[in-house]
Ligand binder design. Structure first.
Ligand SMILES: NC(=O)c1ccc[n+]([C@@H]2O[C@H](COP(=O)([O-])OP(=O)(O)OC[C@H]3O[C@@H](n4cnc5c(N)ncnc54)[C@H](OP(=O)(O)O)[C@@H]3O)[C@@H](O)[C@H]2O)c1
Length: 291
């Protein structure tokens, strides 16, 4: 990697960390807290004060990584937006939940290609309190970055694929591999897993668990989320609903109603009054694998 790229990533980390540390984060107030017995808990005095309690995660399933979805939606249920922050979930959602509690213990973050395309994102934790908590949990500085792309992504052009200290997994298809072959050959820090008719998303998840990836934070978009739900690979949904209408019309997380069991519900306070955060479980019956 060139010196320019290294200093570019260092400057990026510095900017993200300063932004996170400077954000004003009104605390949440708990309305419902009914976790199941075997759930994992996460928290530090700082997160517990802002989140008004511990954060819960489902236990690891056998053979597969645990996987949760983290989304923000407008009041009228849309998730599509070039910058999902404009949907109005607020700063506490962004810094404490999205780039925080859902990610702090995750081995990997998973995103669909449309969510990363054109952006210069890296999925990690940035607030100094969360960086400390991630370190205390024994996790490396950055989660593995998993990008799903059947067609392939512009590896030469985007920051995400050009930082050797970031472990990257591409979930792709035979056509994607063909399109990216040369670029991949030059980047040993990227692992490709080919998903096709004979090797499903569930098989890819099993392979990732064997690689040491035990917990995945899936950040969308809804296209990938629906596939993960349909493949019964998701245990938890962390959903923040904004008090504002908006987003691209007709872009719900999932095209049909989901039968969810809500275990935690919190409300935003102060200038984020009206924000609703819910942690819900997908029904266990939809998570039984045939294999
Ligand atoms: N509100 C939120 O919380 C939130 C969160 C994330 C994103 N968003 C927004 O949602 C929009 C993007 O969502 P989206 O549903 O259009 O796209 P997406 O889910 O981000 O990405 C879809 C793409 O992922 C790849 N993909 C999906 N399933 C795959 C599989 N099984 N194997 C390999 N690759 C697979 C394909 O990439 P290729 O086309 O490369 O083949 C597909 O076109 C954007 O506006 C984004 O900003 C909102």
């Amino acid at each position: 990697m060139s010196d320019k790229a290294i200093s570019g990533f260092a400057a990026f980390i510095d900017r993200k960390s300063r932004e996170a540390a400077a954000a004003e984060l009104p605390p949440y107030a708990t309305e419902l807290e009914q976790p199941l017995d075997r759930m994992t808990t996460i928290g530090s005095p700082w997160t517990e004060r802002l989140f008004d309690g511990l954060f819960y995660l489902s236990p690891l399933p056998p053979r597969l990584p645990a996987c949760h979805l983290i989304f923000v939606q407008s009041r009228d249920g849309n998730t599509g937006a070039r910058n999902p922050q404009t949907l109005g979930g607020g700063e506490t959602d962004k810094h404490l939940i999205y780039e925080g509690l859902t990610r702090v213990s995750a081995d990997a973050v998973l995103a669909g290609a449309s969510t990363v395309r054109g952006g210069s994102m890296v999925f990690s934790v940035w607030h100094p309190e969360l960086v400390r908590l991630r370190h205390a949990l024994g996790q490396p500085r950055h989660p593995v970055q998993i990008i799903a792309t059947r067609r392939g992504v512009p590896i030469d052009r985007e920051r995400l694929y050009n930082i050797p200290e970031l472990r990257l997994v591409l979930l792709t298809a035979p056509g994607g591999i063909a399109a990216m072959r040369e670029a991949l050959a030059e980047r040993p820090w990227i692992t490709s897993i080919v998903v096709d008719a004979g090797f499903t998303l569930a098989d890819a998840f099993e392979q990732m668990r064997a690689m040491g990836i035990e917990r995945i934070s899936a950040v969308g978009g809804r296209g990938l989320a629906a596939e993960l739900i349909d493949a019964a690979l998701v245990q938890d949904l962390y959903l923040t609903t904004s008090p504002l209408p908006g987003g691209e019309p007709g872009t719900p997380i999932y095209p049909r109603p989901l039968d969810l069991r809500t275990v935690v519900r919190k409300r935003g306070t102060l200038h984020e009054a009206g924000v609703l955060f819910e942690h819900s479980l997908l029904p266990p019956t939809s998570r039984i694998h045939s294999r």
